[in-house]
Ligand binder design. Structure first.
Ligand SMILES: Cc1cc2nc3c(=O)[nH]c(=O)nc-3n(C[C@H](O)[C@H](O)[C@H](O)COP(=O)(O)OP(=O)(O)OC[C@H]3O[C@@H](n4cnc5c(N)ncnc54)[C@H](O)[C@@H]3O)c2cc1C
Ligand SMILES: NC(=O)c1ccc[n+]([C@@H]2O[C@H](COP(=O)([O-])OP(=O)(O)OC[C@H]3O[C@@H](n4cnc5c(N)ncnc54)[C@H](OP(=O)(O)O)[C@@H]3O)[C@@H](O)[C@H]2O)c1
Length: 442
């Protein structure tokens, strides 16, 4: 595609790219509020508060063809795909690095639960010697290689604070704060790609008495390893993949570990999920579920006496209808069966170190890990997205039509389908932008 076509759209100052790169070692590194008490006020918001002097910042306007918000896997994949069509874009990232979730907010023992064939970003296969289940640092290396391969230059420490569609001018008006340069940039973009993630901010529930809990209370995004908890009484709240794996890690490091499992969950092995994902191309989801449940029951047996029951819908139907993932067992179930990890129901209240559970049981804890998931934050900055996202900031339309809104608005990575879904979204978005540009230019 010839560059003259873009003259009719918007051009961007490409020379600015490199000056915005900040490395991990520079100030502003996001390590989360790991050693502090859990609080909804994260380091990021503290940084935002400390920049109330924003009024003193320089204000500039910049026209771009495509603006991508977020340099996680979804934003990077979209950047790579649009660059394949030589479509100019700018990608902004609030943190000082790409894939910040993976670098700064994941625990040490994390490996991808899905086999590598389901975790590839577009246009770049994994090296042949990559293990089937990729350790987090290998995935981060892949992301770094991806950025280099597609010459992606995110503008780091640049947080998008508001975005509205200008119906007269027919462009997206996006206000971003470049924290490194104290600059407020008003981008005008023909196309806006929301790639800010389903896991944008930590979800910490309100629990009566938490404010007076004298021990350490952290979110799973701050948890690194059980090494510091040996011999301590630790409660993990939440039984998604993070909670179940963190409970295993704590118990393996000698912590007296308990976990709250408040809802039915599907427990599977990674091999069973791999089999199911392979069969998706050949069999209906209900049939796959029947098969997997039979095999999972043979592996784990009836877990109801340990406080674990299965949802009514099978794991693949549930994932496709609600986005809820099955829990992939990393050894937690074995420790629950041996009573090395205790299972509790919901918390009713916290009184000092004592935590009271439904049914009146009580126990004393030194630390709490909130593995209670995350939320999208798009609703705090994105307006005129009514066709695309609901009030929780996730797509309204069902898969596979969830990625496209109106007026050149797209979402990448919000379809609750992990890295495999991200690759599909990125390709769809780039193809659609290319079609729109071609039709504008013809
Ligand atoms: C512990 C853990 C393990 C996981 N393991 C797997 C796995 O094995 N396989 C799998 O498929 N999925 C896994 N996931 C899900 C995972 O989140 C995604 O697959 C992947 O990281 C999503 O990429 P993303 O780019 O959509 O979002 P993110 O990785 O969250 O990236 C979004 C980026 O947008 C930035 N951002 C947000 N708001 C703004 C703003 N206003 N302005 C500028 N930038 C902004 C954020 O800083 C972030 O860097 C895991 C999630 C967690 C929490
Ligand atoms: N290795 C891997 O691949 C890996 C590892 C970790 C995470 N992940 C992925 O990362 C994403 C996030 O996972 P996650 O485990 O952090 O979050 P999650 O899947 O959203 O799970 C959150 C858990 O917290 C529970 N919860 C929420 N509020 C609660 C409350 N007030 N009291 C008690 N429990 C509460 C939820 O229970 P309810 O269901 O009852 O709401 C759920 O069990 C998922 O997509 C997951 O698959 C992948």
């Amino acid at each position: 595609m010839e560059s003259k076509y873009f003259g009719r759209l918007f051009w961007t100052m490409k020379n600015d790219y490199n000056r915005n790169i900040v490395t991990l070692d520079q100030p502003g590194k996001q390590t989360g509020n790991c050693a502090k008490k859990a609080s909804k006020k994260t380091e990021r918001s503290e940084k935002a508060l400390s920049t109330q002097q924003k009024d003193k910042c320089q204000k500039v306007m910049e026209e771009v063809v495509v603006l991508i918000v977020g340099a996680g896997p979804a934003g990077l994949a979209t950047a790579a795909c649009v660059s394949q069509f030589s479509i100019p874009y700018v990608i902004v990232e609030r943190e000082n690095c790409s894939a910040s979730l993976w670098r700064n907010r994941t625990y040490d023992r994390l490996k991808l639960h899905l086999a590598r064939e389901f975790c590839e970003l577009p246009h770049m296969p994994y090296p042949a010697d990559t293990p089937t289940y990729i350790p987090k640092n290998t995935f981060i290396k892949y992301v770094d290689d991806y950025i280099e391969c597609f010459a992606i230059h995110p503008r780091y420490l640049t947080v998008v604070e508001s975005s509205t569609y200008d119906f007269n001018g027919k462009y997206w008006s996006i206000m971003a704060h470049d924290m490194a340069k104290c600059k407020i940039v008003n981008y005008r973009a023909k196309f806006l790609v929301v790639a800010s993630g389903e896991n944008s901010v930590e979800n910490i529930p309100v629990i009566p008495g938490l404010e007076n809990f004298p021990g350490v209370a952290i979110h799973s995004s701050c948890y690194k390893s059980g090494i510091d908890y040996s011999g301590r009484n630790v409660l993990v709240i939440g039984s998604g993949n993070s909670g179940m794996e963190i409970a295993y890690d704590l118990a393996s490091h000698g912590a007296n570990t308990s976990i709250i499992i408040r809802s039915p969950i599907h427990v599977m092995t990674k091999e069973l999920i791999r089999l199911g994902m392979t069969l998706v191309h050949y069999l209906p989801l209900k049939m796959i579920d029947g098969l997997l449940l039979m095999m999972a029951n043979a592996v784990f047996g009836d877990l109801s006496r340990h406080g674990i029951t299965r949802p009514e819908k099978g794991p693949f139907v549930l994932k496709s209808e609600t986005g809820r993932s099955a829990v992939i067992d990393v050894g937690t179930i074995g420790l629950i069966k041996k009573d090395k990890i205790k299972v509790h129901g919901r918390i009713t209240k916290i009184k000092g170190k004592t935590i009271e559970f439904e049914g009146g049981k009580e126990a004393s804890f030194d630390a709490i890990v909130f593995a209670t998931g995350y939320k999208s934050t798009t609703n705090s900055w994105l307006k005129n997205d009514e066709d695309m996202l609901n009030s929780d900031g996730v797509p309204k339309k069902e898969f596979p039509n969830h990625w496209k809104g109106a007026n050149g608005l797209y979402s990448a990575g919000l379809g609750r389908r992990g890295l495999a879904g991200i690759a599909m979204d990125a390709k769809n978005i780039a193809n659609d932008i290319k079609r729109s540009i071609d039709s504008m230019c013809s």
